[in-house]
Write a protein that binds this ligand. Sequence first.
Ligand code: ZN
Length: 194
Amino acid sequence: MGLLPVQLRFASGNTSDDYITRQAWLSASLSCCPLHPKGGCSFARHGTYRRVKPAGTLILRWYCPQGHCTFSLLPDHLAARFPGTLDEIEQVVATVDQAKSLEAAADFLRPDCVSLISAVRWTRRRVSLVRTVFTLLAGMFPSVFQGCALTVADFRLRLDCTTVLVQARHLAHDTLSTLPRPLGFIPPRPGGGG
Ligand SMILES: [Zn+2]
């Protein structure tokens, strides 16, 4: 097991603001050790860690000393292994979808960036991650997404919601460990920059 915690889903049902003001991480729980579901290990709570964004966000951790493994419970509104919330990333992609070019969207989204090149890089990274997730979801749920364009608008329409990525955590709840960030919990490749 690596040093990074294994991420597990916390279906908190909270918005980002609710999660922080209600300190919803305190209600997160794990009934047993994922490595030793029959018990017998010294699995226990292991404090919290702080996400830089959104400010004030804490994530609850557990540790199994026998398995040398830390587990963290990631609430549905947060991006996995990526800064910020799923909604923030989705909004970037929705903006790109409707812009006349990725450069125009980047210029609009990141007016504070030191250069257009870095704004484009910031934007492209998010678009690329979400398109990959959309492609995988379309393959996993053909009856839902058949003939669907890989756009936020089309995915919102098919899922009848305004927050596709959060909704996708419900939809793909039993395969999150096999899906890439920011939706799923595949650990970063060693040396891959995480
Ligand atoms: Zn254990």
